[in-house]
Design a protein around this ligand. Structure first.
Ligand code: ABN
Length: 178
């Protein structure tokens, strides 16, 4: 048995040696070096795969009253990322005096627990004043990580307003989801 294994190994050895010699004659040292260099450079250029750095919705409402509009657990806030305007001199749907609604917004789909139906909710930022010292919520249901442009809500939606300072966020019902 040992003899058989020995002879098998020597056959493999010889074959490997033969291939290595053949490669050494057909591929010059310079060519080998340049190919190795190229392979190494290529590896360095391979983009690092993106990954989600978000804190796992650290402020996400887990449980809580779905009908309390002053709590992050309120059903309309299912995809909200911001501080509430209704505890900063505004209301659920209107900006506090001195600030104006963002021209662009993030729209989420939230289920109303009272009728079991899905609604589209527009989260408009209120702009033009420093950030309100108010309840901060981060639910962002169905949001995708930042590298999925357009599917990420960690954005200052005041970007299209003349006054881009973020103050707070309102949640306006815009319709029923199909
Ligand atoms: N949409 C609220 C917000 C404002 C600034 C930065 C992140 C999120």
């Amino acid at each position: 048995m040992n003899k058989l294994i020995d002879s098998l190994l020597s056959v493999i050895d010889r074959a490997t040696e033969k291939r290595a010699r053949k490669a050494a004659t057909s591929v010059g040292r310079r060519s080998l070096l340049s190919r190795t260099g190229l392979a190494l450079a290529g590896t360095a250029l391979v983009p690092v795969l993106p990954f989600d750095r978000s804190p796992g919705n650290a402020w996400a409402a887990t449980g809580g009253d779905k009908n309390d509009q002053y709590a992050c657990s309120y059903w309309r806030y299912c995809a909200l990322d911001g501080v509430l305007c209704n505890t900063a001199g505004g209301s659920l749907t209107s900006c506090p005096p001195g600030s104006e609604a963002s021209k662009v917004s993030w729209v989420g789909t939230c289920r109303n627990p009272n009728d079991g139906k899905d609604y589209l909710v527009s989260y408009n930022d209120c702009c033009g004043k420093p950030m309100a010292n108010s309840t901060a919520c981060l639910t962002s249901e169905r949001e995708r990580p930042g590298y999925r442009m357009g599917l990420h809500n960690d954005i200052n939606w005041c970007m299209a307003n003349a006054n881009k300072g973020y103050h707070c966020t309102v949640a306006v019902l815009v319709g029923m989801a199909e």
